[in-house]
Design a protein around this ligand. Sequence first.
Ligand SMILES: [Zn+2]
Ligand SMILES: [Zn+2]
Length: 551
Amino acid sequence: MALLALSPGCGWAADLYLVNGKIFTGVGEPAAQALAIQGGKIAAVGENGAIRAMARDKAAVIDLGGRLVTPGLIEAHGHAGSAAPTRQAAMPNLPWPGPTPEEAIAAITAAARQGPGWVSGEIGPLAINDQRDWRAALDAAAPANPVMLQVWWGHGTLLNSAALKALGVEDTASDPLGGWFGRRADGSLDGRVRENAEWRLMRARDAAQPPQAFAARYSATAALYAGWGVTTYHQMLNNQALPDALAALKISRPTIKWRLYGWAMPDRQIADAWDQFAAPLAPVDRVRAAGIKWVLDATPIERDAHMSAPYADRPGWSGRSNYTDDQLHALLAGILAHPGQQAALHVVGDAELARLMDAMEAAAPPATWVQRRVRVEHGDGLTAGRFEQVRRLGMVVVQNPLHLNPMPDERGVPMMSARLGSRAPAFLPLKSLLAAGVPLALGSDAGGPPANPFLNIMLAVIHPTAPGEALDREQALAAYTSGGAFAERAELEKGRIAVGMAADLAVLSQDILVVPLDALPATRSLLTLVDGEVAHADAPFTILKPALSAP
Ligand SMILES: [Zn+2]
Ligand SMILES: [Zn+2]
């Protein structure tokens, strides 16, 4: 490439002129043929002839061969998982229904026989919903090894005595803010650890890992996502403290943009959660601390999403809130006091959503909240009667269609109907939310390895539990791009292919707007650009990679 221009932010990016493509410019908008990238930004969008004429160096003109070009996808909700090199017990039947308690215990016994050290295992609803004394059961299976079993959806952990000891948890430990320990009748811990209690302990266990361990994980995550055309990743940062994540990302130097939502794990009072932003954070290319993540309730799988009526398969039980009313008020006061730290709130149950929004309206006028742009992570329980309130408060819903993957519960009934009964079809609204004017972004909620955004899009355009709530493909693509940019308060800089926007885009292997639905998950990006720089290139665009990465 002869023409090089300084890309603002991070190094050099060549000017590029992409012609003969099908360029997605927005829902219901006509596709463009070509676009020009100068200085890492989109300089022009239009017809082939006009764009070609802008290129002084014809080597910078790239023929797209008619392929679809989309704005770079924004994976608006992911978790990176653990980087601790613990021995993994082999568990059957994951994810659903997962091992029986007996199978889980047998797997732990076998793993413990291999020698000392931590043993981990993934479990499903069958084991976590079993009410036995798990600490005693795991002590018998592995008396000397610290054992940590965790459900694959992140809301439920079981520990044995050696693990509690290794993590410094005494029987007299009080519940941390936003979490709790299961207890026996005599008050001693029974090994069940939930919500902020479990995440604090996971983070404490993993904090012994060197930053290189996390850096390797983050690099692999960036490479996989770039291969799917993802140019920004929103990490819900449960696994590391914010400064530690930045140290790991500084080593990793991710090829895609990275937005960190630092997990709220306050020590003594709610306001402590913002201490993580108090010290100046070391700047890292493409990485930004975007906000703070709170988890207000859990999920229907373990029946702790906070619902307004009892679960269909557990009479008398409607789930729970992780925070008291006083704590919720302090939390909202903190959000109002820290406008620079956007709030991302995991809220699933209809009762918790109603409680949150009513408390927001009591705390400040809607116009104030509109400026904060509070994110509802999931929001599955939003019902039509509350859509107007969500819109009025200027919230954005970040939804995860992968949760619609139809999976049976422990009795073979589809989980949503088992837990929610007649409420199931109204759960996880998509199309009606958009119709009500509520901004929507999409993410995977992947708990470890990255998840395929095109599988996620496929589920959004099928909506297996309520086909009437399915998005059309353009809506799903917009939610994954401009919706994600809006969700991180960056809609003026990226998320659309328009003049002045960051040149974050993907040339896809097939036209996701027309291929058969079941072909969607096979989609790959052949060329992924981040601020005009190549983050990923496959044939026929591999030639661009060495040319562009040279300074
Ligand atoms: Zn969540
Ligand atoms: Zn999540």
